[in-house]
Design a protein around this ligand. Structure first.
Ligand SMILES: NC(=O)c1ccc[n+]([C@@H]2O[C@H](COP(=O)([O-])OP(=O)(O)OC[C@H]3O[C@@H](n4cnc5c(N)ncnc54)[C@H](OP(=O)(O)O)[C@@H]3O)[C@@H](O)[C@H]2O)c1
Length: 248
């Protein structure tokens, strides 16, 4: 994987990156940081013909995807994506565990599902060991069932009618989880942007055209945001970049 734009990594452009190099390239500037990682085709599709992002990502995307997870305290994902992509509770890729420990991050990587209804996605149901959490508003119809399913400590009540994402980020920080990664989907990312809670967008641009009608990576709730390029890496024609949100 070639580093094209080194940003503040301290590395040189055209360096060949191994996993340790990628950890440097994707290092965040402070203890509290929220970033989103998404993949898109050249024509802007967030999903392939089967309605999943799994059919547009590729090996290069997968490498960065795992490094981003391994660099985070917690992963936050919309219930829609967890249902569509059948997310199980997460674990860090074996080859990245030592690099993660060197950065003082714990071995466990909790997954927070965000659901306004309070519906526990089937693939997380019954997981009570702290690897699966649900963020819900206080009015969620499924609140009591979710507490019974995941355990009360694993249900985060944030907001009244819809999940308040600023309150969610604050609740995660209270647990010591400052490095927050969200993997979308588009609905949740739009709401995160509207709530002003995103510091960085990590995008993978795959050299593929999907055509047809497919969702974009950012849903309708989003407000316009301006970003600047921090780093760019490339492998086999796939471009992976970090763009930081400009704060006014
Ligand atoms: N290209 C990529 O990188 C990428 C990444 C992720 C997903 N995807 C694709 O995107 C599609 C899913 O899109 P989506 O927009 O439906 O997924 P989503 O954002 O993951 O899920 C939307 C659901 O999240 C819950 N939610 C809770 N609070 C929310 C809030 N503040 N804003 C928005 N949603 C909130 C709601 O669940 P309840 O109904 O339970 O209340 C809502 O129905 C799938 O096809 C998936 O494969 C692509």
């Amino acid at each position: 994987m070639r580093l094209i734009v080194p940003g503040s990594s301290g590395l040189s452009s055209l360096d060949d990156l191994d996993a340790a190099g990628l950890f440097r390239v994707y290092a965040t500037p402070g203890p509290n940081w929220v970033r989103c990682n998404m993949v898109t085709s050249l024509d802007g599709a967030a999903t392939g013909p089967d309605g999943r992002s799994g059919s547009i990502n590729n090996e290069a995307d997968h490498i960065v995807f795992e490094v981003l997870r391994a660099s985070s305290h917690v992963v936050v994902v919309g219930a829609g994506t967890i249902r569509t992509e059948a997310y199980p509770p997460l674990s860090v890729q074996d080859s990245l565990v030592d690099l993660r420990r060197e950065r003082g991050l714990p071995d466990i990587l909790p997954l927070v599902a965000v659901s306004n209804r309070g519906a526990v996605p089937p693939t997380l149901s019954g997981c009570r060991d702290g690897r699966a959490l649900l963020a819900v508003p206080s009015s969620a119809t499924g609140l009591d069932a979710a507490r019974a399913d995941l355990g009360p400590d694993n249900v985060l009540v944030c907001g009244d009618d819809v999940v308040d994402l600023a309150a969610l980020v604050a609740a995660l920080r209270e647990r010591g989880w400052g490095q927050v990664l969200t993997e979308g989907g588009p609905g949740l990312l739009g709401s995160f942007l509207a709530a002003g809670q995103i510091d960085e967008l990590c995008y993978t641009l795959v050299p593929q055209v999907v055509g047809g009608e497919h969702p974009r990576t950012v849903g309708p709730q989003a407000v316009p945001a301006e970003l600047h390029l921090e780093t760019l890496v490339e492998q086999d024609g796939t471009i992976m970049g970090r763009w930081l949100v400009r704060r006014r």
